[in-house]
Write a protein that binds this ligand. Structure first.
Ligand SMILES: Nc1ncnc2c1ncn2[C@@H]1O[C@H](COP(=O)(O)OP(=O)(O)O)[C@@H](O)[C@H]1O
Ligand SMILES: [Mg+2]
Length: 364
């Protein structure tokens, strides 16, 4: 049984199609993150699941029931937004209880439920404060309390942490993760931030321009991106991408990057493309500047950004930017002298230069 199922879901505004027949199944208890650049249709998709946006085509099912025509309040979902407008004149307890009160839940029950939720969220000592007397993180917790107290089948989050500063954001991220471990409510979480997606998700859905580019676990997407879009979106910094020409033979193909040769994995698609243009992908983490391997690739170092245990080396390769991520421990003095790197051939990705599709992977 799926918890939420989208089938050929379409949204049009006039002639503009902003969600283009997407299919997705979310399993019970799963934490799924929709990630993609601004304007790609994430919020629209979430709002169609919540019932806040009319569906142009296809269907939304919650626990096997098509809810296309079910009112938002009857879908048994709870949504947490970026702008979590709390009622300023109500205290924390009253804010959390608000939804229960309008549903005419008995008073004694409300008190118990609010106390329970406050305990889960660490708000017990703040129940009598007004929103103005709370920190940003506490206010965000109250907004989550309002959602949790209803015991919904599904939590929907739309960029709930975007208004918080970086430190608070990473704290709240961990809290949301702990909360999900404890409550195990199926959750769909929208963000444009790939770090949030990587750290929170059981599975990530990468969206782009109204379509789904790839669905997978965070490590799936990191190690096996289906195309150049996903390779360029997931990872920090994202995968380096270089135009190259395929040389060598079917058994031992190479990438010709300007006047340098990089061995490529012997993928069947490459055998048919000797002489053709491709895009070569190398993760910043996979470019090794410490180990003397065979076939070093020369780069020109422009800038070293030291982050502490790691450093980013901004280099150019065939006049294109190429970033190397490396540890600093024991190497720090050498980083300013880097002039080449080596890479394991099996960590080099090759993409079709026209379609951006990766070679050597079944259909994603
Ligand atoms: N009410 C609307 N009328 C017309 N276009 C809209 C409306 N709401 C959103 N859009 C457009 O739909 C696209 C997707 O929007 P949205 O789902 O909010 O993107 P995201 O949440 O991924 O940033 C955008 O191009 C946006 O401009
Ligand atoms: Mg949005």
């Amino acid at each position: 049984m799926s918890s939420v199922k989208l089938s050929q879901l379409v949204k049009k505004y006039g002639n503009l199609e902003v969600v283009k027949a997407i299919d997705l199944e979310v399993q019970p208890h799963e934490f799924v993150v929709l990630v993609g650049p601004s304007g790609c249709g994430k919020s629209t998709t979430l709002r169609m699941i919540a019932g806040l946006e009319e569906i142009t085509g296809g269907s939304v099912s919650i626990e096997e029931r098509v809810v296309n025509r079910v009112a938002p309040k009857d879908r048994d979902v709870a949504m947490v937004f970026q702008n979590y407008a709390l009622y300023p004149h109500l205290n924390v307890a009253e804010n959390i209880a608000f939804g229960l009160r309008i549903r005419k839940t008995p008073k004694a029950e409300v008190t118990t439920m609010v106390a329970e939720v406050a305990e889960i969220l660490g708000l017990t000592d703040y129940l009598h404060r007004r929103p103005a007397e709370l920190s940003g993180g506490q206010r965000q917790r109250v907004a989550m309390g309002r959602a949790i107290v209803r015991h919904p089948k599904v939590f929907l989050f739309d960029e709930p942490l975007s208004n918080l500063d970086a430190k608070l954001r990473s704290q709240m991220r961990a809290e949301i993760k702990r909360l999900h471990k404890r409550l195990e409510v199926t959750s769909i979480y929208v963000t444009h931030d790939q770090v949030e997606a990587m750290t929170l998700a059981d599975r990530i859905v990468v969206m782009n321009d109204g379509i789904i580019e790839q669905v997978g676990t965070p490590m799936d997407l990191f190690l096996n991106p289906a195309n150049t879009f996903v390779a360029g979106f997931i990872g920090s910094p994202p995968m380096n991408q270089l135009p190259a020409r395929v040389g060598g033979t079917a058994e031992a193909p190479t990438a010709e990057i300007a006047d340098q040769l990089l061995p490529l994995p012997p993928l069947p698609e490459l055998a048919e493309r000797i002489g053709a243009q491709v895009t070569v992908g190398i993760r910043p983490e996979h470019a090794n500047v410490h180990k003397q391997g065979t076939n070093p690739i020369k780069v020109e170092l422009e800038l070293v950004e030291t982050l502490g245990s790691e450093a980013l080396l901004h280099t150019t390769l065939a006049e294109k930017p190429f970033i190397i991520k490396t540890e600093t421990e024991g190497y720090y003095d050498m980083l300013h002298d880097v002039s080449s790197f080596t890479v394991n051939t099996d960590q080099v990705k090759v993409f079709d230069a026209d379609t951006g599709r990766v070679f050597g992977q079944g259909a994603a």
